[in-house]
Each structure stands twice: as C-alpha cells, then as structure tokens.
Design a protein around this ligand. Sequence first.
Ligand SMILES: C[S@@+](CC[C@H](N)C(=O)[O-])C[C@H]1O[C@@H](n2cnc3c(N)ncnc32)[C@H](O)[C@@H]1O
Length: 238
Amino acid sequence: MNINNYKTYISAETMMGPNSVRILAELLDKYPLRLAPDDRVLDLGCGKGLTSLIIAKETGAKVFANDLWISAEENAKRFNEWGIGERITPVCKDANNLDFEKEQFRVLVSIDSYHYFAGSKGFFQEKILPFMRDDGVVLIGIPGLKEEYTGCAKELLSDWLGEDAHMFKGPKLWKELIGSSDRIDTVDTWEMDCFGEAWNDWLTTDNKFALDDKKHFESIIKPYTCFVGIYVRLKKAL
Ligand SMILES: C[S@@+](CC[C@H](N)C(=O)[O-])C[C@H]1O[C@@H](n2cnc3c(N)ncnc32)[C@H](O)[C@@H]1O
C-alpha cells in the first residue's frame, strides 16, 4: 500500500499517537488482505477512523469502526466528509462488551489500542474469537517493550506513562497472551520496522500529547519500546 495516497488525511487532528497509517501499512504489506465487497472488517479502537478509511479503500470490504473515546456521531461526520460514509459503520462500544452478531468478521484490525483492554489471558478467546469467521485474520500493531526489557515496564516507563506502564509488553509475552484455541491456526508476533518513521510523523505535529511524548522520546521511548506486530490466522471451517 502507498501511504502517500493518504497524506491529506493524516494530521495533528486525526492522529492520536504514532502514525497509525504507517503501522497499518506495514501489517498489510506483510500480510496482504484479499477481500470481497461483502466481507466485514472490524477496526477495533479505531480512534478518529484514519485506519478505517484506509482499510475500506484498500480492501473494498465493509468496515465497522469501533472506538470507546470517540463517539460514533463524531466518526460518522468525518467519514461522510471523507466521502466514505456508506462503507464504514461507526460504533462506540467498550471492547470488553462487544455485542456484534457472532462469527461475522473476516478480519479484525487493531492499531495502537489493543494493549489498553486485552492484556489478560483469555481475552482473545472470550472477547474476540466469537465474532470472527472461520479462516479469518487478525492484524494488530501496538506499542510494547523491546523483547529484552519485557517485564520491566514499571521501572523503565513510569516517568512517561505513570500507571499505564504495565500495558507495555514484549512480542513473546503477547504471543502467550493471545494463547491457543482449537479455532486458531497460527499466531506470529514480532518487533515492527516502522517505529522511527511512525514516531517521527507524530512528534513533528503540534498535538499537545505529542509535545509531552517528545520530552520522553530520547530517554525512554526510543531505547526501551517498540511496536509489536501480532498476526493471528484462524482455521478453515471443518
Ligand atoms: C492511542 S488511541 C489510537 C487510536 C487509533 N487506533 C490510532 O492509532 O490513531 C487508543 C484508542 O483505543 C481506544 N480504546 C481504549 N480502550 C478501549 C476499549 N476498552 N474499547 C474500545 N476502544 C478502546 C480509545 O478509544 C482510543 O481511541
């Protein structure tokens, strides 16, 4: 996917952290999606919907853009302004209590949000799997700890993140947290390549949260953290 096609949408107003478009692009380059127009994709923790827009445009599928902090009304307005309102359904639900129709999503994408709500064992099986179709795919990109520092989040990140430091974990721990199931075929977790560029895009905006992150980038964020990629493929129907 060519990120330059989406430059006009990426701004201090639509970004909520390191550039989600770069994180999504890396996931889609590594695991390309070939979807039909009636396939459904859940963008979980979509924020202001940048990634939902791109998934709809790149795959042609129908997207459900779910977020907790950003209302469905606000996202609907933005999707309509972007001319994509008919293909994206905005939803405002807590990921812990989703009530979609079961086994409907061919793909789940979650960028820079899964760590907020899914850091306990069994979450994937209880809260995500029921909504996924057989042969489905899950693509997640989240900030985490470099493998060598996993388990040390509190000591290393508290000056930057305070109480939220515990959400940052390394790729191996995320693989364990996704866990297993008789519906899961493959789980792959890795340290992503887009770290420098995605952070640079964010830190060069004048968003007030970016200004705070900037203070900690060289001393904490760059030496200890990374983006963790998570790929899950589900088994085909028997
Ligand atoms: C840092 S923002 C990232 C948003 C967007 N994915 C992006 O990369 O620009 C984290 C998002 O996670 C969402 N989130 C946090 N906890 C959530 C929960 N329990 N259920 C659904 N979304 C949640 C928030 O609403 C927020 O928009």
